[in-house]
Write a protein that binds this ligand. Structure first.
Ligand code: IFM
Length: 454
């Protein structure tokens, strides 16, 4: 895959290049190691929830293949790797006792990364809530879960804070709340908007409590070594199909429930008034003092952006133009939206440094002669990195990009049918094969590193 066909963007010398994964999607649950079940183990066991009927018992078997997977990261030349802790692996019930075997795995992972010269960026909650909390208090429907989450965060900070480059509290709270509690598409599979909005509030509260707890741990450290602290939000900017009052209003509400619902409390200390009005009786109950907890200073803001939402109120709906096509999830490919959105966040919120913590493409990859020529994925990554370059030129303070994902993996309700990886995984043998996109990303990273030498 030549750089003349897909020219390498130019990013600031200190710009971080990495890949991202999450625990439930790659680790495998390894029965017998003390890990407690998560809501995703329970969801997979519910007939009809996962499209291909699969589960996460083995996934990519990363638990046993971690050293060789880190070797792959080293081969790519990565600056950084974003992974998540599985909360039920280190605290099986989500409260009380810790599982030392679980901690030992992450201890080895972090040391292996550091030995390889790769900065570890961790996420505390990438959706695999301990099932025990779901059963006892209704998971994130209860404020109790937010307090348990802060206890877990403090323990991670105590044990690993001196070796981690960053800790994100939550990954994509919109997905947890809306897909998990309103649409029934994700675990735990509820279908109540009111529950989902309350969950979104408790997630944000848990985020704020966790930041407070981790900062207290950092302050008590004699060595003064502590990670950057932040949160990861998924944004799918909304566009009105037509400039009619109905479409413009629908797009504004879609934006209010997606982007502003999480950005406003984090940066302005309140939910957006138009979204609250739209929600009516489904708006969450907020207790006095909650916004002060939620609005903690952030060291960075993680943004995951894959596509946009196209909002049409007509029947039949006006379809989106397809300037660059769609990916295998059916998501429109529109790299310029990333530039526009980064500029908008900068203008509207004056955020701390931004990391693109996820961006990637599901592609119907084909193996031919042992190779995967995933040209559409190369075009996608190149286009989005070029979009970041433009955003920086327009004043956005973007410091890093993490491709989703290192490996093909468990794509939630789609099971293993959708492939996002730079490495193809053969799930029968667990063999990993670098795709053309892996070769392109590797060459781009090498060129980027050369720019650091002046
Ligand atoms: O696989 C997911 C990831 O877990 C969260 N962000 C989006 C990815 C692709 O759907």
């Amino acid at each position: 895959m030549s750089s003349s066909q897909f020219p390498f963007p130019t990013l600031p010398a200190n710009f971080t290049l990495g890949v991202a994964t999450s625990a439930a999607q790659i680790e495998g649950t390894a029965p017998g190691d003390g890990k407690g079940p998560s809501i995703w183990d329970a969801f997979c066991a519910t007939p009809g929830k996962i499209k291909d009927g699969s589960d996460i018992a083995v996934a990519c078997d990363h638990l046993h293949r971690m050293p060789e997977d880190v070797e792959r990261m080293k081969w790519l030349g990565l600056d950084a790797y974003r992974f998540s802790f599985a909360w039920p692996r280190v605290q099986p019930l989500g409260q009380d006792a810790w599982n030392e075997t679980g901690f030992a795995f992450y201890d080895r992972l972090i040391d292996t990364l550091l030995d390889a010269g790769i900065a570890p960026h961790a996420t505390l909650h990438h959706w695999d809530l301990p099932q025990a909390l779901q059963e006892s208090v209704g998971g994130w429907q209860s404020r109790e879960t937010a307090h348990h989450f802060a206890g877990y965060a403090a323990e991670i900070a105590r044990r690993f804070g001196d070796r981690l480059a960053s800790i994100s509290t939550l990954n994509e709270p919109w997905c947890v709340a809306t897909l998990g509690y309103e649409r029934g598409q994700f675990a735990p599979g509820l279908t109540s908007r009111q529950a989902a909005m309350q969950v979104s509030h408790h997630l944000l509260l848990g985020h704020g409590l966790a930041l407070q707890a981790m900062r207290a741990v950092a302050q008590a450290r004699p060595d003064g070594r502590h990670p950057q602290l932040g949160i990861v939000l998924n944004h799918t900017p909304a566009f009105a199909a037509e400039k009619t009052p109905a479409d413009l209003q629908a797009a504004r509400i879609a934006d209010g429930l997606d982007v502003r619902w999480y950005m406003d409390p984090l940066f302005r200390g309140a939910y957006p008034a138009d979204a609250i009005e739209h929600l009516g009786a489904d708006a969450p109950v907020v207790q006095a003092g909650d916004f002060a907890v939620i609005r903690q200073p952030l060291d960075f803001l993680g943004i995951n952006l894959y596509t946009r939402q196209w909002v049409s109120t007509r029947e039949p709906k006006i379809p989106a133009p397809e300037p660059h096509g769609v990916n295998d999830m059916g998501w429109e490919i529109v790299p310029e939206v990333l530039t526009q959105h980064l500029v908008r966040l900068t203008r509207d919120y004056m955020p701390p440094p931004i990391l693109i913590t996820e961006n990637g493409m599901a592609n119907a990859d084909v193996v031919a002669g042992g190779e995967v020529q995933d040209t559409p994925r190369v075009a996608y990554v190149q286009g989005h990195l070029a979009a970041v370059e433009k955003a920086i030129a327009l004043g956005a303070d973007v410091r890093g990009y993490f491709y989703w994902s290192l490996l093909d993996n468990f794509e939630w309700d789609s099971g293993y049918a959708k492939r996002f990886g730079l490495f193809r995984v053969d799930y029968d043998t667990q063999a990993r094969t670098p795709k053309a996109s892996a070769h392109w990303y590797r060459a781009f990273i090498a060129k980027h590193k050369l720019s650091r030498q002046g």
